[in-house]
Design a protein around this ligand. Sequence first.
Ligand code: NAI
Length: 254
Amino acid sequence: TSTSAAVPAEFAGRTALVTGAASGIGLEVARRLAAAGASVVVADFNEAGARDVARELTESGGRAAAVKVDVTDPESVREAVESAVRTYGALHLAVNNAGIAGASAPTGEYAVEDWRRVIDTNLNGVFYSLRYELPHLIAAGGGAVVNMSSILGANGFAGSPAYSAAKHAVVGLTKTAAVEYASRGVRVNAVAPGFIDTPLLKGDAAQREQLVALHPQGRLGTAEEVAELTLFLLSDRASFVNGSYHLVDGGYAA
Ligand code: NAI
C-alpha cells in the first residue's frame, strides 16, 4: 500500500460568502468551495433553500452556514456580511451571484417596474455586496471577489434590455473596484457565462433550442462549468488575474 501525504485543501482557513447560493450556479460554487475546505456562507433570498444547502454541505463534511439576504436591500446585505464575519471571524472570498432573468419585452415596451426590479437585483445588489464586503476583505489582509456577469455583459439580447444593461454595468463596477483595491491585495473579476442550464432559464422547448443554437458547442453550459472558472479566479492560482471579464460560453462570443 502507498502512503500519501495529506494535501491541504485549497481554500482551508478561508471564509467565502456566496449570494444566490440556494440554486443553480451559486449552489455549485458553494458545493465546490466547501469541498475545497472553505467555510461557506450560503446567502439567499430563499431562506429555506439556503438552510437545505448549508445542511447538505455540512453533512458532506464541509463547514457552512445559511443566511437570509435580499440583495436589493443594502441593510440586509450589510447584516449578511456582518453575520458571515461574526460566524467565521473574517471574510476572504465573495461571489456576488444572486440575480434574476426579469421580464422579456423590447426596450420600447419594457415596463418601468420590471426595469427597476432587474437593475435593483442584478446591478444594485452587486454594488451593495461589494460596498459591505470590501472593508472586511481589506481587514482580512486581502481576498478575491467574483461578480457574476453574463455573455449579455458584452452583447445585446432582444427582449432583455434591463438584464443586458445591468450585466454590462457589473463589468464596469468590477474593473473599477479591481483598480481601487489591487494595492490592498483584493482581486475583483467578472465571470460571463453563456446560457446555463439552471432554474433561471424559463421557456418552452422551442425557445430552449434557440438558445442552444447560439453556442457553437451545440448545448447549454452547466453550473459546474461556471463554478470551475469561478473557483480558479477565487484561488491563489489566479494571483495575477484582476479586473477582467472571463467568458465561459461554449464559443458564443467567438
Ligand atoms: P438561479 O435562479 O438558479 O439562482 C439564482 C439564486 O439567486 C436563487 O437561489 C434566488 O433565490 C437568488 N436570488 C434572486 N434574487 C435574490 C435577491 N434579491 N437576494 C438574494 N438572493 C436572490 O439562477 P442562476 O442561473 O444560477 O443564476 C446565477 C447568476 O448567474 C445570476 O446573476 C444570473 O444572471 C447569472 N447568469 C446566469 C445565466 C444562465 O443562463 N442561467 C447566464 C449568465 C449569467
